[in-house]
Design a protein around this ligand. Sequence first.
Ligand SMILES: *Cc1c(COP(=O)(O)O)cnc(C)c1O
Length: 441
Amino acid sequence: MGEKHPFVTKEQLERAAATWPTPFHVYSEKLIRERARALEAAFSWNPGFKEYFAVKATPNPALISILREYGFGVDCSSECELMLAEAMGFAGEDIMFSSNDTPAREFAYAAELGAQVNLDDISHIDAWERAVGSFPAFMSLRFNPGGDFAFANGIFDTPGKAKFGLTEPQMLEASRELSRRGVRELGVHALLASNTVTNEYYPALARLLFELAVRIQRETGVRVSLVNLSGGVGVAYRPEEEPNDIRAIGEGVRRAFEEVLVPAGMGGVRIACELGRFMLAPFGALVCRVTHHKHIYRDYLGVDACAANLMRPMLYDAYHHITVMGKEDAPATHKYDVVGMLCENSDRLATGRLLPEVEEGDLLFIHDTGAHGHSMGYNYNGRLRSAEVLLREDGSTRLIRRAETPADYFATLDVLPIAERLEELGARRGSPGVKRKTARP
Ligand SMILES: *Cc1c(COP(=O)(O)O)cnc(C)c1O
């Protein structure tokens, strides 16, 4: 069985918690940089290679700007994500817009930014024309091969049941149609499985997309210049899992490239990816404190965080490893359910988890929340989302997102005079926040 270690010491966390009370997500700048360099190296054989970080995974500009130093772009799929990209100064080829069920105004916004657009359906060709008018020189199409996506040791997932992408006949028809409307170069994209913990997913996907690219170019005469392997490369959430080896993955993709694209005269194709989880998940953690110990039919640890801060266990029954800070080497002798304060029995961060004996006041380090962690948070039960803190390479910490306040929660209400009363209450309770701009008519 493998081991998982926190990337931060108890002393560093206690010091941070003295300034920014728990719960908060903490991210390691050092490990993020190491991962970015490893990805770059693994695909350095492809001169056009580019990672477009999936903004939805962790939409924090302080983290995205670290990734940007390695030449990464951003993958957006909503108006707010495009706004974040624009505010950070991303434009043109540095933005991939891989959306689905897309509102017309978002197509128009992507066009305005000159983003590379990845259409999710054949009907989106007309939708784009209605929203934008003309077509850019480059467009990409998202592929769904249907059925199961299988490999030697099993199946990765079942694309036949997924809402995304075009069928193979539609890919060919859409390529011809885009060409008729002025598009000169095409990209092909697919995301066929999530959180794959095997080095075989990307190479198998690459082979499938490379073969499709050759077929599109041969049968329609339109040049395919980009293959986008998207996200889906996973991380080892469980200690017994073997983490993916990005060098082996890059090498597997290179082999497929040389066996399929090079002989077809397509050795100039650019490889893109839209990794979110693989880039950041292991390098963020949710830090919370044990506030209650309750023993009824089972043993419960109540913490000061809940599904508002980390929804994956509630949503997918996902496993997040837990380290009790200061008891890293103590034997795991007690079985606990680690729960939050939502009035929902599914609000738990772990169920039946073996841990060392825990006391109230202990700090818990909940691993692997650096992607799809804070960003999935929500406000059910009037719970507020936590702060985000960056652990810098010199060991110091910096606040990169403040915690929400009651004023944030009430900011969208416009029922005067209750809104004004809430503002007064917030001030009285010492939780000031965003000042409302509303006034009585
Ligand atoms: C979610 C998503 C990603 C990122 O997926 P990860 O599992 O975080 O790597 C990339 N591209 C698209 C279109 C997505 O929807």
